[in-house]
Design a protein around this ligand. Structure first.
Ligand code: SF4
Ligand code: SF4
Length: 426
């Protein structure tokens, strides 16, 4: 057995806990999870049934932690975890799963299949059987601080443009600020308008905020590839910066898995509660709304729909906030079928977008999103995850659908009352 395979098997063993044992023991093989997964519904491939994607972990549990499995193993009966088996599992565990959690919602015995696939990835990555693209992104995240290789000078250059366009100063490394904003590399490079939107909204709301030059990256490739030690290291960088600046709240930006990583997995990864709050940017904006600090004017004339990012809505619970915010600026909001907690994934989360091998499959399963959009008639799609945004644009282009995709935060900023309106209402 190679050293890397041994390491991977040991890591899989470490993943087997009471919840994993009870999940595998209680699975009744009903197949209901298959119909919840876009990788199954859009391909019809039985091997893409969600629970099947946990096979490497199931084999370790069965062979080593069950009486029958131990007996069968003595006679060399039963599937073993081998390098070949793990290599062949890659296209299921990584390419065919966005960790969207939709399968988890429908399992009649409450099996958190998405969490188990995430655990399976831990063993796969440790054994060296992870996609090249994700390995590269994770390496860059550790060595450079960003999965896309975005360094501080690139951020500072974008900030300079934003300051020139807005006439506002973007606060850097301000000790004692109330909020510390994180950004995804995607926002820095593709959507710097997001930084501009935050600057304008927070100035109007009178909120003190800052960006740390030591930890500005929100995304966490360690979560996606399945390397908890790396995920913890990336979270710790943010914790150190937030503690150094003594901020009260860290804001997770328009990125789905970043929110999951820092808010819901973060304290467990670093092994202690945070001394600050973590909120998604939409939660902060909705709080401003409730406090009367979000003063907007005018309504969108176009018909809008909201795409719920899986990690923000289903896994994160931020479902009402975007709708309350949209209610301030849109009279014509149309829900897609299955919107909210059962929304269908864009197909690119959970590291799929970093995995070039999965590009064709990613676009194939976009047919599910197309079907959701074909059922309604809208002028634009609003979302709150830059990864969803990029992939929605990609998928819409693939299927010749001309629907613009816009950011909720940026759209809110476009409706801020201007200074004359503020003075007139004062
Ligand atoms: S829905 Fe739950 S019980 Fe049914 S096959 Fe999937 S994991 Fe097993
Ligand atoms: S988490 Fe989502 S993509 Fe992964 S198996 Fe479940 S339903 Fe499919």
């Amino acid at each position: 057995m190679s050293a890397s395979l041994e390491k991977g098997i040991n890591v899989l063993r470490e993943q087997v806990d009471a919840s994993v044992a009870s999940f595998f023991s209680s699975c009744v093989h009903c197949g209901i999870c298959a119909e919840a997964c876009l990788f199954y519904t859009e391909t019809g491939a039985p091997e893409r049934t969600p629970i099947n994607k946990t096979e490497p972990l199931r084999r370790i549990w069965f062979n080593e932690y069950t009486f029958l499995g131990r007996i069968l193993s003595l006679f060399g009966i039963g599937g073993k975890v081998t390098d070949d088996m793990l290599e062949q599992s890659q296209t299921l565990v990584y390419d065919s799963c966005t960790l969207c959690g939709r399968c988890t919602m429908v399992c009649p015995v409450g099996n958190d299949i998405a969490a188990m696939i995430r655990k399976t990835r831990e063993g796969m990555a440790a054994a060296g059987h992870a996609p090249e693209g994700l390995i590269g992104a994770t390496t860059r995240a550790v060595t450079i601080g960003s999965p896309m290789g975005v360094k501080l000078p690139a951020l500072l250059a974008q900030i300079k443009h934003v300051e020139k366009d807005t006439g506002l100063t973007i606060p850097l490394d301000v000790e004692g600020a109330e909020y510390m904003l994180l950004l995804s590399s995607m926002e820095i490079m593709n959507f710097p308008e997001f930084i501009e939107a935050i600057a304008r909204i927070f100035a109007k709301a009178g909120a003190s905020w800052t960006i740390s030059t030591e930890a500005f990256e929100a995304t966490n490739s360690g979560i996606q590839i399945g390397a908890s030690d790396i995920a913890a290291e990336l979270v710790q960088r943010i914790v150190d910066a937030a503690e150094k600046l003594r901020v009260k709240t860290v804001i997770s930006p328009e990125c789905g898995h970043a929110y999951m990583a820092i808010r819901w997995e973060g304290p467990n990864l670093v092994g202690k509660p945070f001394g600050f709050k973590v909120r998604h940017v939409l939660e902060v904006l909705d709080e401003f709304r409730r406090q009367g600090r979000l003063k907007l004017s005018g309504k969108e004339e176009q018909t809008l729909t909201y795409h719920d990012p899986c990690q923000i809505s289903r896994r994160g619970g931020v479902i009402d906030e975007p709708r309350q915010l949209l209610g301030m600026i849109a009279d014509d909001l149309v829900e897609m079928p299955d919107s909210g907690k059962m929304n269908w994934c864009c197909g690119a989360g959970g590291g799929v977008s970093s995995n070039e091998r999965a590009d064709e499959l990613r676009l194939q399963v976009f047919k599910r999103k197309k079907a959701q959009l074909d059922a309604i008639n809208v002028d634009a799609i609003v979302s709150a995850c830059s990864n969803c945004r990029i992939h929605l644009e990609d998928g819409l282009e693939e299927y010749s659908m001309e629907i613009p995709v816009i950011s909720l935060t940026e759209t809110i900023a476009e409706h801020l009352v201007d200074d004359e309106e503020t003075e007139a209402t004062a």
